[in-house]
Write a protein that binds this ligand. Structure first.
Ligand code: NAI
Length: 244
């Protein structure tokens, strides 16, 4: 039986590329969406199962994703869904805090809870589990002040990943972070409005923006489970805009 991967936010962007690649590689994939339809090629594929869940809604987490993650059926959890919302440091406190709260909920709190359920189910079943968290280069180099909440959420997700990795390797659980720079998706295009198009390649070693397929290739590699001893690592993919 092929491995079963769960991925959040796969109706578009990086998540769509990852789900497509995993299906192509022969995995069974359960993907989530918030509202946009799943691509036709997923819906017609017997290895794909789609669920609708808003990560900002605790009831969706509990009712839609809880049963699956707690069942111990999954082998790989990919926390991909995320939001990138700006709030200037000089904006009204309530407005600023609202962006902080929504960002931490979707980008950090929800993935942490899904991971908790997944890990506990693996431990209970004494089976191996792989967690892949999509963070951001913002976790490492910060972001512009408007996106401070985003950078903080991704740094939190990265630290969470490392904590899992440190403690649970002996129980068969491994965890990785992927830290992309600008990737060619709707989310990156939102940055164009705030920062201008030139900002997307200004620091890159290339003239073009990284494609989601390259991120999907990393996930495909990690999901195989062949590099357990890389647990806790961050895989950076940012067009050489910084190197650590
Ligand atoms: P996107 O905006 O194209 O897609 C985001 C996905 O998350 C969508 O499927 C959306 O439905 C889902 N999502 C957002 N809020 C949700 C909610 N409340 N409940 C359920 N699903 C929700 O973004 P993209 O670029 O594909 O981003 C994917 C991940 O990669 C995100 O975590 C993002 O932070 C990260 N990333 C993206 C970069 C980029 O330049 N595109 C750079 C660094 C990290």
């Amino acid at each position: 039986m092929s491995k079963h991967c769960i991925i959040t936010g796969c109706s578009r962007g990086i998540g769509k590329a990852i789900a497509g690649r995993l299906i192509e590689d022969g995995y069974r994939v359960t993907g989530t969406r918030r509202s946009a339809p799943f691509p036709e090629e997923f819906q017609s594929n017997s290895r794909f199962n789609g669920l609708t869940a808003d990560l900002a809604e605790n009831s969706d987490l509990e009712d839609v994703l809880g049963p699956l993650l707690k069942s111990g059926e999954a082998d790989v959890l990919i926390n991909n869904a995320g939001i990138f919302t700006d709030a200037a440091i000089w904006s009204d406190d309530n407005q600023w805090l609202d962006v902080w709260d929504r960002t931490q909920q979707v980008n950090l709190r929800a993935p942490a809870l899904l991971t908790k359920w997944f890990v506990n189910a693996c431990l209970e079943k004494k089976k191996e589990g792989i967690v892949i968290n999509i963070a951001s280069r913002a976790a490492y180099r910060g972001d512009t002040q408007e996106y401070a909440a985003y950078a903080a959420s991704k740094a939190g997700l990265t630290a969470f990943t490392k904590s899992l990795a440190r403690n649970l390797g002996k129980n068969g659980i491994v965890a990785y972070t992927i830290a992309p720079g600008f990737i060619e998706t709707d989310m990156a295009l939102e940055s164009v409005e705030v920062l201008g198009r030139e900002a997307l390649t200004r620091d890159s070693a290339f003239d073009e923006i990284t494609t989601p397929d390259e991120v999907a290739a990393i996930v495909s590699f990690l999901a195989k489970g062949e590099v357990k001893h890389m647990t806790g690592s961050t895989l950076h993919i940012n067009g050489g805009s910084y190197m650590i």
